[in-house]
Design a protein around this ligand. Structure first.
Ligand code: SF4
Ligand code: SF4
Length: 442
């Protein structure tokens, strides 16, 4: 794609990067076939190619984005299916990330929307506040019916979004799990030492996931550290275009993980939430212009691994499973498109004795996508219903996924229990059977 940036514009490293990405696009349109919003809405401007044109124009003109541009960029899930499909290697992720920052900086959203985004950006990355928010949402749930029910609109109304938020709140919250600063020694001879990202929403909604990872890792000779003063990885605010917040969190995490690596040694930094893993693996890029942090951030990104990626290099204990539990494996977009981890989780589950079924249209997002299911509830619900219908065709006993956002989203539409892949692997190698939860993970 031909671009028309001025030399002055190209002096900005972000614009130079955008220029490189845009020039790689040959507008073939292959990506449209796998883009969930194009598949649902059929509008070229809701396809990757359409969005790439909109972003190109916005950046070249260097003017505040129009309402129309914002509408179509906001509808993008950042699922990155387009990157998997693109034959030219267009890095849509870095382009849309930049577009979101530009929109956040230069576009004045209506006050209620600004307020909602500010609340999400403040509450979600802070587990104590998030927990309080979930309790309030649970109390507010019976009153959701009193809110007006507007028709589906191009930009969903505030009441529609609040309803979506209330619907996602669980009816009960588990007790908090172990805190930062905890160390779980290896059982038997220590073969490795890893940090396990605590996650922000996950540690409130499902601390059992990291507990299963700790159980399994320590049982296999790996010492696990929950690093003190670790923060939210920054994914949530990054996807809201609030880069100052996301970069501050990235720097803070690089600092504490580097400290831990120097003091106790770290063979890897593991994630049980693939949405976080995709962003931590991108810290090196996000901080590339930061003289102080560029090199350490790249080192931290190199240490970051999804839990299944790490377990792929370990001989797991013989399975206790007899092959009579059928699992529908839901491949989270951040894992399959963001980190290109596709076969490994299924192989680990199969080797552990589960009957693993692929879900039809597995490349399509479930609609969770960070805060997307709150900000774009109508598209998100349609994607969830489609995902749940596809899952039902394989008649599973359970659904497995590697990302808490997907787990909550899918559980909201089915009574089939939804578990994390690591819970199944822990169970198969000597851990407890996961508590089976259906709708809403409750
Ligand atoms: S598939 Fe790649 S090269 Fe083709 S239009 Fe989409 S982004 Fe551009
Ligand atoms: S990230 Fe997903 S929703 Fe956004 S353009 Fe690419 S395929 Fe479409």
């Amino acid at each position: 794609m031909k671009t028309e940036f001025s030399l002055a514009q190209l002096a900005d490293p972000d614009i130079a990067e955008a220029d490189k990405i845009l020039r790689a696009c040959v507008h073939c349109g292959f990506c449209t076939a796998t883009c969930p919003t194009y598949v649902l809405l059929g509008d070229e401007l809701d396809s990757p190619r359409g969005r790439i044109y909109l972003i190109k124009e916005m950046l070249e003109k260097d003017k505040p984005p129009t309402k129309e541009v914002v509408k179509h960029i906001d509808r993008c899930l950042s699922c990155l299916a387009c990157m998997t499909t693109c034959p030219s290697g267009v890095n849509y992720m870095h382009l849309v990330d930049q577009a979101r920052v530009r929109i956040e900086r230069d576009f004045s959203r209506p006050l209620p929307e600004r307020a909602l985004r500010a609340i999400l950006a403040w509450v979600l990355p802070r587990p104590k506040l998030f927990r309080a928010g979930m309790i309030l949402a649970r109390l507010g749930r019976p009153f959701a019916a009193l809110l007006p029910t507007p028709k589906a609109a191009a930009t969903p109304s505030l009441s529609r979004r609040i309803k979506a938020m209330l619907a996602l709140a669980p009816t009960r919250l588990p007790a908090p799990g172990p805190q930062g600063g905890s160390v779980f020694p290896a059982i038997g001879e220590r073969r490795a030492r890893v940090a396990l990202l605590q996650g922000c929403a996950q540690q409130v909604l499902a601390p059992r996931i990291n507990q299963a990872a700790i159980n399994l890792l320590t049982r296999h000779g790996v010492e696990v550290v929950l690093v003190k003063d670790e923060q939210c990885c920054g994914a949530l605010t990054h996807h809201l275009g609030r880069d100052d917040d996301a970069l501050a969190r990235a720097r803070a995490n690089v600092t504490v993980w580097q400290r831990e690596a120097e003091q106790g040694g770290l063979d890897a930094i593991l994630m049980t939430t693939s949405g976080c893993g995709t962003v931590v693996k991108d810290y090196g890029f996000m901080l590339r212009e930061d003289r102080e942090f560029a090199a350490p951030a790249a080192q931290i990104s190199a240490l970051a691994k999804d839990i299944t990626e790490y377990l792929g290099g370990i001989d797991l204990a013989p399975s206790t499973q007899q092959g009579d539990v059928t699992i529908a494996y839901h491949s989270a977009c951040s894992l399959q498109h963001g980190q290109k981890i596709t076969l490994l989780p299924k192989e680990l589950l199969s080797k552990s004795g589960f009957v693993v079924k692929d879900v039809p249209e597995s490349h399509l997002c479930c609609g969770s996508a960070g805060t997307y299911n709150i900000l774009q509830p109508d598209i998100a619900s349609r994607l969830r219903d489609r995902k749940v219908a596809n899952i039902a065709t394989v008649k599973p006993d359970m659904i497995a996924a590697g990302n808490i956002g997907c787990m909550v989203q899918i559980a909201g539409g089915t009574s089939v229990p939804v578990v994390h892949t690591i819970e199944l692997l822990d169970w198969a190698t000597g851990g407890p059977k996961p508590e089976l939860r259906g709708r809403g993970l409750n």
